[in-house]
Design a binder for this molecule. Sequence first.
Ligand SMILES: C[C@H](O)CC(=O)C(=O)O
Ligand SMILES: [Mn+2]
Length: 343
Amino acid sequence: MAGKKQIILTEVALRDGSHAIAHQYTTEQVTAIAKGLNEAGVPYIEVSHGDGLAGSSLQYGLSHTNEMELIEAAVSVCTISKVAVLLLPGVGTVSELKQAAQLGARMARIATHVTEADISAQHIASAKEIGMEVVGFLMMAHSAPTAKLVEQAKLMESYGADVVYVVDSAGALLPHKVKERITALRQHLSIDIGFHGHNNLSLAMANTLAAIDAGATRIDGSIRCLGAGAGNTQTEVLLAVLERLGMYTGVDLYKMMDLAEQVVAPILMVPQEITRDNLTLGYAGVYSSFLLHAQRAAQKFGVDARDILLEIGRKKVVGGQEDMIVDVAAELARRKEASHANR
Ligand SMILES: C[C@H](O)CC(=O)C(=O)O
Ligand SMILES: [Mn+2]
């Protein structure tokens, strides 16, 4: 380890991956994955509904298992790894955060849209008060200019965040844009900088390396790419790449490969590929977690999911506006019917 650059990993398959399996994690699955991640030495494991604490709802998707049970299960098998939770202010509250902390969660990741950091002040302060490490998570980072991102990150730092993440929720950022953002944050902030990517344009790895090159030291990955859309930077692949680059993570590559192959792959509803719909997420700049919502709406209204996603991108729909996906699908179906009638 001496002299090697250290990268601190957070594994997000048990939270971001929840989107990809329609929030159907069972306690057994979470226990098995968390146990494997802990044995491999992953520093942080995020466990929550895909949309964060209290996300289970008709709007976001109902969970199979209460997330507090999942958090408790993960904590019970973690001797090395720390369990993290995600919270979107307005979806989850301080009360859920306290409950998660009582169950043993040690890190709170407070997520807001990239231009709305001001709504995180109370939640960041409360998480610090109860002794949690706190990450500010600025989502849809492609959709704001770098100066705005810096302004918002500085707000999170001023509220007490220990780390601020650039979150490429749509998998829409290109490597030079990641570099520009992380470089600017590094110049203006004193706290650690993190990066969370999505692979919709096949750029999660390249973007992650660009982020590290520009000074990010906290990186998210999802084992077997089990994350929303085409998934995140694939953790076990990242480990191999970082080892080849002479960087240190403290995570066992072989154990992660085995866990991916034997435990995680069988859970996937479909293999994590860059399908035409995933690709459209990145191309249109749409939240990766909108994928299944758009596919269901496409089927219900007999329209192309890509058309829905492009329109959602044009309308700059943000997380929390999932019901707009149905509105857009219904409108596309109306237009389609009208054009057929006029023929
Ligand atoms: C609530 C989102 O799924 C958080 C996230 O992982 C992202 O924006 O990306
Ligand atoms: Mn994500």
